[in-house]
Design a protein around this ligand. Sequence first.
Ligand code: DX5
Ligand code: ZN
Length: 216
Amino acid sequence: MALINPSILSADFARLAEEAKAVEGADWLHVDVMDNHFVPNLTLGVPVVESLSRATDTPLDLHLMIEDPDRWAPQYIEAGAGSVTFHAEAAAAPVRLAREIRAKGARASMALKPATPIEPYEDLLPELDMLLIMTVEPGFGGQAFLDIMLPKIRRTRELISRHGLELWLQVDGGVSDATIERCAEAGADVFVAGSAVYGADDPAKAVRDLREKAEA
Ligand code: DX5
Ligand code: ZN
């Protein structure tokens, strides 16, 4: 199984509804929320997510690059998110937060920046439906894929298997037809792609091509 989640960050923000429709057939729509504090960039908030969830049937995969996700995550679920990812570096109480996200009916997910190791979080994995390993420093689309994250993806996949868990392993940042096979081989099964999808002439075809490569 390979899930392809196009990142709306690389779309035209003045035409979000059409841009969401342009990738129907994708598994989830990845929505990057940035607050200009946790990362040096600013994108969108709850009202835009609310409108976007009405504009598409594709479920929304929220990636919260914000301070205080403990306070904000529930509002994004009410706005229509089907999956909410908070950053380990930003959450005050990750276990409580993951349980709250699940209790509100969304999938709970935690992200790790490139310099954050997985090992301290091993015991927390059963609380999660997905783990996101960043393959660039969060904040911007179009950055080069960090190869040095491949061993971390591999180690995380081993931990997931060792504990007999079902959780998805997502990669985000620099995922393209040139890097997706290496991510899949290392054990990732959910692939976020921004510029590789929205920078293509035919975004829907780019999604299909990426899925094919990941499943090869
Ligand atoms: C970066 C965001 C990514 C971004 C990926 O901080 O989390 O989701 O949109 O963009 P690409 O695929 O262009 O690296
Ligand atoms: Zn993201």
